[in-house]
Ligand binder design. Structure first.
Ligand code: PAF
Length: 283
């Protein structure tokens, strides 16, 4: 496994004769990241994992300097996953000066998570575009838990004509249904029990969607979340049924792939989850 910055990555990339897959990360690697690397390696591609804490995607109230950076432990995870190149550039190498030209995530980057974290998705897409340019991968693997990030990266690829196959890895859930997240460790047992209203709401929505129409889907999820909210266990952030390509709310006659998005705060911890639902009039 090689480890290096921009020059080393470019030199390594030139030597590759086969296909290359990129797994972008900010380090502090856990089993979710490992699953992304395993997926990339399973395709037989040479795998590049980037480890770079990107200041552009942090808000003024989010502490970029306190973000965990367990570099040696991260390298061990990459080594065990069979990663071929770890791209770990210095901050000054990625941003020698504050960038003048950046990527705009548009309206789609200002709603839902984008409304909670203004400017976040512009920062994400700017660094992802730089990683795509530097690593020139044939494919890139992202988790579907951060679904708005995933859908925006899809728009980045489509709208700016990157020739990259985007692979989404399904949300990994614990046995009780809660989506795995490094933030789950902040949940006290009572908070965790309350947080289960989130996957339960998604299940209720999926059942309501089984007649093939969006009518009643949000209401079904809302009903489950209301019970938890009324008990005072959970503070609902947003709930929305949106078109996956635009993040515009779905009309009653919507057809195609929709996403039900949920965010909630439980015991001070911000949790997000989603489910993908297909609607077809003939169904
Ligand atoms: O999902 C993340 O870890 C980050 O947003 C990403 C895609 C590595 C960009 O910094």
């Amino acid at each position: 496994m090689e480890v290096g910055g921009i020059q080393a990555l470019r030199a390594w990339r030139k030597r590759q004769s086969g296909t290359v897959s990129l797994v972008p990360t900010m380090g502090a690697l856990h089993s979710g990241h490992r699953a992304l690397m395993d997926r990339a390696a399973a395709s037989g591609d040479a795998v590049v994992t980037s480890i770079f804490v990107n200041p552009l995607q942090f808000g003024t109230d989010e502490d970029f300097f306190k973000y965990p950076r367990p570099f040696q432990a991260d390298l061990d995870v990459c080594e065990a996953a069979g990663v071929d190149f770890v791209f770990a550039p210095a901050l000054g190498e990625m941003y020698p000066a504050a960038p003048e030209v950046t990527v705009s995530s548009g309206r789609m980057g200002t709603v839902y998570e984008g409304a909670v974290r203004p400017g976040h998705f512009d920062g994400v897409l700017t660094v992802v575009a730089k990683l795509f340019t530097l690593a020139s991968p044939d494919s890139a693997v992202f988790g579907l838990k951060d679904i708005q990030q995933f859908c925006l990266v899809k728009r980045l690829i489509d709208d700016l004509n990157f020739d990259i196959d985007l692979i989404g890895l399904p949300v990994v859930r614990d046995e009780d249904g809660l989506a795995m997240s490094s933030r789950n460790e902040y949940l006290a047992p009572a908070d965790r029990a309350a947080a289960l209203a989130i996957p339960q709401a998604l299940d209720a929505a999926a059942q309501a969607a089984s007649d093939g129409s969006p009518a009643g889907v949000e209401a079904a999820a809302q009903a489950v979340l209301h019970v938890a909210a009324e008990r005072g266990d959970l503070d609902l952030g947003y709930l929305g049924l949106v078109d996956a390509t635009t993040f515009q709310p779905c009309a009653q006659d919507f057809e195609g792939q929709a996403l039900l998005l949920i965010s909630a705060t439980v015991g001070g911890t911000h949790l997000i989850d989603n489910v993908s639902l297909e609607f077809h009039r003939s169904a």
